[in-house]
Write a protein that binds this ligand. Structure first.
Ligand code: SAM
Ligand code: SF4
Ligand code: SF4
Length: 364
């Protein structure tokens, strides 16, 4: 019996290892969904306190964040990324917390840029950031091999931005980050706006106007019931259809055909050539059937769904000396047992008081 099986038995928290797929074939889960995307959260810390993600009354001075020694090192992350490519991963997104708070993140980007798929292709390497320090980091990230960047921006109006982010930063700080990213070649820049009725929905049209003809792609995200701390309420969700109707009434829109499985945003284009927008409708129109994403936490736990209650500890086998083949078998075994479809059954889950993982820990 291999060392990994002994580990799995002893720890009793990893499913049985399964032989990885043949090169070029993706690992499939219980619903025949391939593993294509890996989101890697590099820190649980953030310099914002967005009310929908890290409300200040919970994430205050007494909150215990992870110790640096508990985090996966850049070398460990890059090694795992290499193993994940054997299961079909082609795209990696770095996230957090605020990923740019992790010191020298460009060094991790450099290591990941050297990873190749079994077909010898580099990975698509992206990053989601609040943009607060992007202006001074964009060029280094691009030089290290980052492909593109997604920047979160919930309002152009300074007071509304403050209400949403609860931070000392301004919309101009983020806009300068977006410009710097585009100048550095991290384009097209995607801009994510979480919409909350009564808080920032008055910014839908101004945001659309600001980013039309800019070359950036604005995406409207339905406010989700992630984590346990944001006091989520369905009445605050603005369904994507309403967002599209509000914009389309002023600037007519047409749908753009979906091009691949695993794409979360529905794409729309302005009929007058003003560019594209996207809507992410995880509440009003669940897309679990095409969910090809796994999520790695800062200390190396693998989560199979944004709404999962627990993750699988990969750091232990990694630090206990598992070989790449053994890690690939562990990962295949975990993915093979995945049946998650939380958003498709949201109503049923809402009554379930079990603790969900926080967005600031696992990333969006
Ligand atoms: N700090 C970075 C940022 O804000 O871009 C990366 C991490 S953040 C958790 C990733 C994305 O999740 C952001 O675009 C954020 O707006 C989104 N997000 C966080 N909480 C959310 C919620 N409750 N509903 C919908 N989106 C949310
Ligand atoms: Fe920080 Fe991003 Fe969460 Fe806002 S959404 S608190 S910027 S991790
Ligand atoms: Fe994927 Fe879970 Fe979201 Fe469904 S609810 S799309 S399975 S992350």
């Amino acid at each position: 019996m291999s060392k990994v099986i002994l580990l799995a038995d002893r720890r009793n928290d990893l499913p049985a290892p399964v032989a990885p797929p043949a090169p070029g074939q993706p690992a499939l889960d219980l619903r025949a969904r391939p593993l294509r995307d890996l989101r890697i959260s590099v820190t649980d810390r953030c310099n914002f306190r967005c009310t929908y993600c890290m409300p200040r009354e919970v994430f205050d001075a007494d909150y215990t964040f992870m110790r640096h020694s508990d985090l996966l090192s850049f070398e460990e992350i890059a090694r795992l990324a290499g193993v994940f490519t054997r299961l079909g991963v082609e795209k990696i997104r770095l996230t957090g917390g605020e990923p740019l708070l992790r010191k020298h993140l460009e060094n991790l980007v450099g290591l990941l840029a050297d990873v190749r798929t079994p077909a010898g292709q580099p990975l698509e390497l992206t990053l989601t950031t609040n943009g607060s320090v992007l202006e001074r980091k964009a060029a280094d990230l691009k030089a290290a091999g980052l492909t593109r960047v997604t920047v979160s921006l919930d309002a152009l109006d300074a007071a509304m931005f403050q209400d949403m982010s609860d931070s000392g930063f301004t919309p101009d700080d983020v806009l300068r980050g977006i410009d710097a990213a585009a100048r550095a070649g991290l384009a097209p820049v995607k801009v994510n706006m979480v919409v909350r009725r009564g808080l920032n929905d008055a910014q839908i049209l101004p945001m659309a106007e600001r980013f039309r003809h800019s070359g950036h792609i604005l995406r409207f995200i339905e406010y989700m019931d992630v984590g346990n701390t944001n006091g989520w309420n369905l009445t605050e969700v603005v369904p994507s259809q309403e967002v599209l109707a509000r914009i389309g009434a002023v600037y007519p829109l047409a749908p753009v055909a979906a091009d691949d499985m695993g794409r979360v945003a529905e794409r729309w284009r302005y009929l007058d050539g003003g560019g594209e927008i996207g809507v992410i409708s995880s509440v009003s129109h669940a897309f679990c059937g095409g969910c090809t994403r796994a999520r790695l936490s800062p200390e190396g736990k693998l989560f199979l769904c944004l709404f999962a209650h627990q993750g699988y500890d990969l750091r232990a086998p990694l630090r206990d000396g598992a070989s790449d083949d053994e890690l690939a078998a562990i990962l295949t075994g975990i993915w093979a047992g995945r049946g998650d479809n939380y958003s498709e059954q949201r109503g049923r889950h809402m009554a379930d008081p079990a603790r969900k993982v926080e967005m600031s820990y696992i990333g969006g």
